[in-house]
Design a protein around this ligand. Structure first.
Ligand code: IDP
Ligand code: MG
Length: 149
């Protein structure tokens, strides 16, 4: 079972799309085990996007992600990382397939609405960066038998 960190970025919250975005992961069959509404500090943003530090868009990326509140979530499931990224669509919304979050709601790479972990190693790091263990909820979902074989 994998866990992935998903963020509804500030544009998603400001545009009133948080519910729509959350619903897409929920109805896919991923299981929500942690959620908070928060505004990222400069320090958290720099840590979260540290891998992009040398990229030309780094400063604007940190400015974007700290510019307003976000919804931070942990979703769990078999192949949760790949499933969530498929639901999100390609990084550049112009290339993202219709039916994906970015393909349905985005127009530019710098306003692409949603973050999702890209590997198991990064998922573990990112979940720990945003959530304490006590903030994650182990719960039994009654529909699981109809979602997983
Ligand atoms: P991902 O979010 O699909 O994993 P990454 O390559 O990890 O994509 O980039 C992290 C974030 O940085 C993107 O979601 C996007 O917000 C931003 N970003 C990536 N490339 C560019 C760019 O060329 N211009 C502006 N922002 C970018
Ligand atoms: Mg990434």
């Amino acid at each position: 079972m994998e866990r992935t960190l998903i963020l509804v970025k500030p544009d998603g919250v400001q545009r009133g799309l948080a519910g729509e975005i959350i619903a897409r992961f929920e109805r896919r069959g991923l299981k929500l085990i942690g959620m908070k509404f928060m505004q990222m500090s400069q320090a958290l943003a720099e840590e979260h996007y540290g891998v992009h530090k040398e990229r030309p868009f780094y400063n604007s990326l940190v400015e974007y992600i700290t510019s307003g509140p976000i919804v931070a979530m942990v979703w769990e499931g078999k192949d949760a990382i790949a499933a969530a990224r498929a639901t999100m669509g390609a990084t550049n919304p112009v290339q993202a397939a219709p039916g994906t979050i970015r393909g349905d709601f985005g127009m530019e790479i710098g306003r692409n609405l949603v973050h999702g972990s890209d590997s198991q190693e990064n998922a573990v790091k990112e979940v720990n960066l945003f959530f304490d263990a006590a903030e994650l909820v182990a719960w039994n979902r009654v529909t699981d038998a109809w979602i997983r074989e």
